[in-house]
Design a protein around this ligand. Structure first.
Ligand code: MSP
Length: 517
């Protein structure tokens, strides 16, 4: 069995706020991919965590009247709790205030410096604390009150202070060459084009230290300077696999990372600054950066001021965890912005889950319970229709793998649900209930084919709905160690005579109490 390593990361979340559904979404996509890769035989390292330094966090701590360390200890916990509540399978949770990370961030600084890419000067220009980003005058617009605004809409302030600079301008050509040689480095293509034209437009050297606040990692040998929070934060991906200890087995196994998943708002930091820092430090570059779109609440950006922030715990409390996990990745084409709403959630739960896959499993297993003594039936020779369905169930993993490798989760799920549709059409066409009297042997074969199809579906939906899938597979009496993708296909087919537990519905309908009133 292949055990190729697969290292994937989420962005690390600012601890200035409690987690909302947008944060949950990024990590969910990674969790689904991590689970998929494990089932597909990879040795996965899945990292998430919190970004705890910088002015933005410092200000939030001040606003809360707390010492930044106490504040970050508290807020970071909310993200750990989110990971539990959402059933994320992360292998590590990193905090940038940990010692291992200070060591790594200072080491990468020293490596870049030793290679001659850092110089001391002074910075004067615009800074957005909300974005933790510097902006050129030409990038700014004025709002109706005459205040300068960053392209993201956030406020900017004038900063003038001594600063270390990274010679980013020198990396324009190497970056462009790298993008050209590695066309899959940035996905989706629209983002790749944006990044390439941004870099082709010319790069300015980047201020990478600040002296006007203290909450961060001191610059090696010049502790009056605090490292720019993005250089600090990006390095977390190296810290977690043991850098700067390049002898660390995790480092040799997992670096360079296979995928950094990010939102579209932070693609520039990951696809321009990060590869330039790594090249400057003489380190290998990650294989891929994928920037997904934004989740919008009925078309509006979620924000505290609009009061329309959706909290993961509210959604999960109302609809259940696995339905929420399915909905978020099925409803919105990954990579695009997309709306979430109660109406589309209920429709997905009731049609895709309760009607399509839920009914398929429930009616097939109930027929087996009733007509085959509660055990897997004996099958006769397979007809062409039987073979077509079994082949579709067996082979769909190939399509799902290729879609998931491009982060097209919605298309991977669509492929699985195409098999669900095929299976439902098969039940209707074969009408096993009618065969009970006319041809019981054929009925047994049809029910066997259905059970085998459901086994495949149960295995395939594990990444997206781990609990529901486990429930389905338990009902098929499939041993926990027989649920990987290596068990798809006829070699591991269900054995006639295996006793099955009493079937229970796995995907209940959502009854809209508000609408019923
Ligand atoms: N701390 C930085 C990342 C550093 S990575 C080295 C940061 N943090 S964040 O908490 O502001 O955002 C983290 C992620 O959440 C981003 O990828 C962002 O796109 C995502 N989302 C925040 N709101 C979102 C939505 N409404 N919808 C989808 N994702 C969004 O940036």
């Amino acid at each position: 069995m292949a055990t190729a390593p697969y290292y994937l990361t989420t962005p690390i979340y600012y601890v200035n706020d409690r987690p909302h559904i947008g944060h949950a979404y990024t990590t969910l996509a990674c969790d689904v991919l991590a689970r998929f890769k494990r089932l597909d035989g990879h040795d996965v390292h899945f990292l998430t965590g919190t970004d705890e330094h910088g002015q933005k966090v410092e200000k939030s701590a001040q606003a809360a009247g707390k010492d930044p360390q106490v504040f970050t200890d508290e807020v970071s916990q909310n993200f750990r709790k989110l990971a539990e509540d959402m059933n994320y399978s992360n292998d590590d949770f990193i905090r940038t205030t940990e010692d291992r990370h200070t060591r790594a961030a200072q080491a990468i600084w020293q490596a870049i410096d030793a290679n001659g890419h850092i110089y001391l000067d002074s910075y004067s220009g615009w800074y957005s604390v909300r974005d933790e980003a510097f902006y050129g005058e030409s990038e700014l617009t004025e709002d109706e009150d005459g205040r300068k605004r960053a392209p993201s809409g956030s406020e900017v302030e004038w900063v003038e202070e001594p600063s270390y600079f990274f010679n980013l301008s020198k990396w324009q050509e190497p970056l462009l060459e790298f993008y050209a040689a590695n066309p899959d480095f940035i996905g989706p293509d629209t983002r790749c084009n944006e990044v390439v034209s941004f870099v082709a437009g010319g790069l300015k050297d980047l201020s990478i230290s600040r002296t006007s606040f203290k909450w961060g990692i001191p610059v090696p040998n010049d502790p009056d300077h605090i490292m720019y929070v993005w250089l600090d934060a990006l390095t977390n991906y190296l810290t977690a696999v043991g850098y700067p200890d390049e002898e660390n087995p995790d480092y040799s196994k997992f670096w360079p990372a296979d995928l950094h998943m990010v939102g579209k708002d932070i693609v520039r930091f990951h696809a321009v600054y990060w590869p330039a820092f790594l090249m400057a430090a003489g380190l290998p570059l990650p294989k891929r950066i994928y920037a997904h779109g934004w989740l919008l609440n009925k078309g509006e950006k979620m924000s505290k001021s609009l009061g329309n922030v959706v909290l993961p715990e509210d959604l999960v409390g109302k609809y259940g965890l696995d339905p929420v996990r399915y909905y978020l990745l099925r409803e919105v084409p990954f990579g695009n912005d997309g709306y979430i709403s109660h109406e589309t959630m209920v429709s997905r739960i009731n049609s895709d889950l309760a009607n399509d896959i839920g009914n398929l499993a429930q009616r097939s297993l109930s027929m087996i319970a009733k007509n085959c003594g509660g055990a897997i039936p004996n099958s006769g020779a397979f007809s062409d229709d039987d073979k077509a369905l079994l082949d579709a169930a067996h082979n769909v993993v190939v399509d799902v793998r290729s879609e998931f490798d491009q982060q097209a989760f919605h298309r991977g799920l669509e492929a699985i649900w195409k098999v669900v549709g095929d299976a439902n059409r098969y039940v209707d066409a074969q009408a096993p209930w009618a065969l009970r009297k006319t041809d019981p042997d054929r009925m047994a074969t049809v029910l066997y084919v259905l059970a085998e199809t459901i086994r495949h579906l149960g295995i395939l939906i594990q990444p997206i709905m781990p609990e529901a899938a486990a429930h389905m597979l338990d009902q098929m009496a499939i041993a926990p160690d027989s649920r990987s993708f290596a068990h798809l296909g006829p070699d591991h087919a269900l054995v006639a005579g295996t006793a099955l537990p009493k079937p229970e519905p796995v995907f209940p309908r959502y009854v809209d109490e508000d609408a019923a009133e």
